[in-house]
Design a protein around this ligand. Structure first.
Ligand code: SF4
Length: 352
């Protein structure tokens, strides 16, 4: 396929053709991905989300990559569910530095009946600030999903992590079928889906292709597809895994872009280990969403001011929310940056 041929949204991807996408020469793959990207998006806009951990650590699941799992001793400070007002204060700060979506993550197997009222208040409060809302709380039942949708939750994040074949090597306490069931409840409720996976867990090329096939062959593509690079944390079983070849990571982004042409592909965890050149290449390959802010759940995230400087050098603008027109949004960001000039997140280009 040439870079200019019209891309079609498909749900019938097969392993051999996906592997062929991965295995083509790097330049051809990037050219094709960039061509698909430009058919559906402004190539110089990147969506910006902020992620806050609202309940940290002591998770009963055993995901081998995760420092929050109660199965591993990673020295992480555990925190119980944050107070609603503190979450709203963090959301207001995220909005002030230019985020359009606020993602709240809790290390749970599933939300409990006792916690749901607080979670719903958080959604309502963040929504009232004019931000898009996203949560990741583990497995949901139908009733919880409906309640979250009614409270105004826009996105639910639930990653498939890897292929069905490799999944059992990484997680044993929750099945792949459970994950697909939660995704189907989210879709039925009318919320948008954020679902992706992780590279660097010892998976094969077939597993990387298999993950993308699972996501792309869902009845509707996830609106948001986070592609994470494993952040190796001491104390987790994957702490000594081999590094992913950076070009293989970029290939994954490019193939995701081609297979899910209208989805936001998010350059997600692991970005701190990437230099600016690699991040720029990720945007060329079709990544058009990042997490922005000081912390990405429990692992580091490059400082927000560094991100804004990189955007500036690349001529990238933060993507506006759908319901705002660009000019209003851009003016709001500029205004917010002026107000934030004394904050540690503020990058003053004039004095650099
Ligand atoms: S990835 Fe999520 S579900 Fe798995 S251990 Fe970590 S917090 Fe728990």
């Amino acid at each position: 396929m040439s870079a200019t041929a019209a891309s079609v949204t498909r749900h019938d991807w097969r392993l051999a053709e996906v592997k062929a996408l991965f295995e083509q020469p790097f330049n051809d793959l990037i050219f094709q991905a960039q061509g698909v990207h430009r058919q559906h998006f402004d190539a110089n806009r990147v969506q910006v989300s902020t992620l806050l951990s609202i309940k940290t650590g002591a998770c009963p699941e055993d995901c081998k990559y995760c420092p929050q799992s109660g199965h591993y001793n990673t020295g992480l400070d555990k925190e119980k569910l944050m107070e609603v007002q503190k979450v709203l204060d963090a959301a207001a700060e995220a909005k002030a530095i230019g985020s359009t979506r606020f993602c709240m993550g809790a290390a749970w197997k599933h939300p409990s009946a006792k916690d749901m009222p607080y979670v719903l208040k958080m959604v309502e409060g963040v929504k009232a600030l004019g931000l898009e809302t996203c949560m990741t709380l583990g497995k949901l039942d139908q009733e919880q999903t409906q309640a979250l949708a009614a409270a105004g939750l826009d996105y639910y994040n639930h990653n498939l992590d890897t292929s069905p074949e490799f999944y059992g090597n990484i997680i044993t306490t929750r099945t792949y079928a459970d994950r697909l069931e939660t995704l189907s409840y989210v879709r039925e409720s009318g919320m948008k889906i954020c679902s992706g996976g992780i590279l660097g867990m010892g998976e094969s090329l077939n597993d990387r292709a298999g993950l993308l096939i699972q996501l792309a062959n869902l009845p509707e593509h996830p609106e948001s597809v986070p592609i994470n690079m494993l952040v190796k944390v001491k104390g987790t079983p994957l702490a000594d895994e081999q590094d992913v070849d950076p070009f293989d990571f970029i290939r994954m982004l490019a193939v995701a872009r081609i297979m899910m042409p209208k989805s936001h592909v998010r350059l997600s965890a692991g970005r701190e280990q990437m230099n600016e050149q690699m991040q720029a290449l990720a945007f060329v390959a079709g990544a058009n969403s990042i997490f922005y802010g000081e912390k990405l759940l429990t692992t580091g995230n490059p400082q927000a001011d560094k991100d804004m400087l990189l955007f500036k050098r690349l001529g990238i603008q933060p993507e506006a929310r759908e319901e705002h027109d660009d000019e209003v949004h851009q003016a709001a960001i500029e205004q917010a940056l002026v107000e934030q000039r004394d904050s540690k997140l503020f990058y003053n280009a004039a004095s650099a």
